[in-house]
Design a binder for this molecule. Structure first.
Ligand code: ARG
Length: 469
């Protein structure tokens, strides 16, 4: 066998060979490895480091392999990884001269290059999915700009919002996940090739050329860093972990909102199950499974961080063990993103119920205090106290917010030792009406329909720009 016959006297045991093999995860880098070998060989030819004819034969064999695909490779148990399988294939076609392909190259820089090539594709791919979801979610939200809903803090009724404003909060989180991936991409798309085993080579290789051929933005400027760094994988997995966390929050809300107690949404039957004993049940199983699967990526992040934390420079075979976790993180995130997108987009909001909740529990009370500050120039803390007591008293009398009048407020104010406020009745009514209340929040970032429209336009512009890049 090409690799072992020199230094080593015998083959690994089958168990040891299987134990250390990376072939399963290497499937992902099959085309990248051909590309990497191709660029390297072309560069060796251009720089006249290897014979033109030999180089052409190698290049030809690599193209043939690209055509024929992964299945033609021969994986006898002694083949350690995809690099050796590909080298064996080229050797079968070209003969021993195939060995020139490995001049000034090591599997160490080669695998680092391959992983970066594939990671950048996977980043772009999941970014497209995120953009599609954002786009559709904005469209969905645009149907609900005036649909009043209740906002929560501590999962207690807080202040009125609109359904659109709530959905757009998720869109903003997705945008940041997208942007984090773009930022990671910059550090992924750098070329380690030429680092060789760890110190480059004495052959006059041309790193600019391979960088260009492989479409990298630049090359890594330290050969030790080139072969040993995998923090780009940490970053990518973290980005995915954040994405999955945000998707999991969506699932959590769908699960809560679809309960009888909330009664805020109807989940599409296609994403629900029933009980084997309780015939009345409609359970949000898909959201539950997605909520749990989303956590897998967190595990992958910790695994990779832990693998890397005690590795001395430079290459250690431990690095091979990182790669499957990187691929798995992409695979899981993509699957969770796909199902959660479809599930959320198929939800029907029960708008009457949303409005009803927004009018309950004095969710509009902050605005009553705000009128006191604005109209009567009393400090917010004093207003807060009066309104607090108004709510207390009204609740005791089983009143709703809309039953509160200016006179009722004044009785309480006097009880607390303040002067009558004489707030105009129409202002009190408006402040306590959930829709009017929302419309008054005209500050950028707020739930007033105009402000939400502005945020939507900005997101649509962002999506368009990113798609044209
Ligand atoms: N399969 C290996 C990996 O994924 C390729 C590099 C092997 N290098 C070595 N020095 N054994 O990291």
């Amino acid at each position: 066998m090409i690799l072992r016959s020199g230094r080593l006297d015998k083959e690994m045991t089958d168990e040891a060979a299987e134990f250390t093999s990376s072939l399963e995860a290497d499937k992902e880098i099959f085309y990248a490895d051909i590309k990497c070998n191709y660029a390297h060989t072309l560069m060796l030819k251009e720089e006249k480091i290897i014979d033109e004819d030999i180089a052409d034969n190698i290049l030809h064999a690599l193209l043939k392999l690209k055509e024929e695909g992964y299945s033609v490779l021969n994986f006898d148990p002694s083949v350690e990884d995809i690099h050796m399988a590909i080298e064996n294939y080229v050797t079968d076609i070209v003969g021993p001269n195939a060995g020139f392909m490995h001049t000034a190259k090591s599997r160490n820089d080669q695998v680092a290059t391959d992983i970066r090539l594939v990671t950048r594709e996977k980043i772009k791919d999941i970014q497209n999915d995120i953009l599609d979801f954002m786009d559709e979610l904005v469209d969905m939200a645009s149907n609900y700009k005036e649909s009043v809903f209740i906002g929560f803090t501590h999962l207690q009724h807080a202040q009125p919002i609109t359904i659109a404003h709530h959905l757009m909060a998720h869109v903003q989180a997705l945008k940041r996940d997208y942007e984090r991936l773009s930022d990671t991409y910059k550090r992924v798309n750098l070329n380690p090739l030429g680092s060789a085993a760890m110190t480059t080579t004495s052959f006059p290789i041309n790193r600019e050329l391979t960088t260009k051929l492989l479409g990298f933005d630049g090359y890594l400027e330290n050969s030790m860093d080139g072969v040993a760094s995998r923090d780009f994988a940490i970053e990518a997995i973290f980005d995915l972990s954040s994405l999955c966390t945000n998707l999991s929050k969506i699932c959590e809300e769908l699960i809560l909102w679809s309960t009888y107690e909330f009664g805020v949404i109807q989940m599409d039957d296609a994403y629900c199950s029933t009980s084997s004993i309780m015939p009345q049940k409609k359970n949000p199983d898909v959201a539950e499974v997605a909520r749990s699967k989303a956590t897998r990526v967190n595990g992958e992040l910790v695994t990779v961080l832990t693998m890397l934390k005690a590795l001395p420079y430079t290459y250690n075979r431990d690095l091979q063990e990182i790669t499957p976790h990187l691929w798995y993180s992409f695979e899981q995130s993509k699957a969770v993103l796909s199902i959660v997108s479809k599930m959320l987009l198929s939800v029907k909001f029960n708008e009457d119920r949303c409005l009803e909740l927004a009018g309950k529990n004095f969710a509009t009370a902050t605005d009553l205090a705000d009128i006191m500050v604005r109209e009567r120039k009393i400090p917010f803390r004093t207003a807060h106290k009066i309104v607090g007591r108004v709510v207390n008293e009204a609740t005791a009398q089983k009143m709703e917010a809309t039953d509160v009048t200016s006179g009722f407020v004044d009785d309480i104010a006097e009880e607390l030792g303040f002067d009558k406020l004489n707030l105009p009745e129409n202002l009190v009514k408006n402040a306590l009406n959930p829709l009017e209340n929302v419309k008054m929040r005209q500050v950028p970032g707020g739930p007033a329909p105009e402000m939400v429209t502005l945020a939507m336009d900005n997101i649509k512009k962002f999506i368009k720009e990113e798609r044209s890049n």
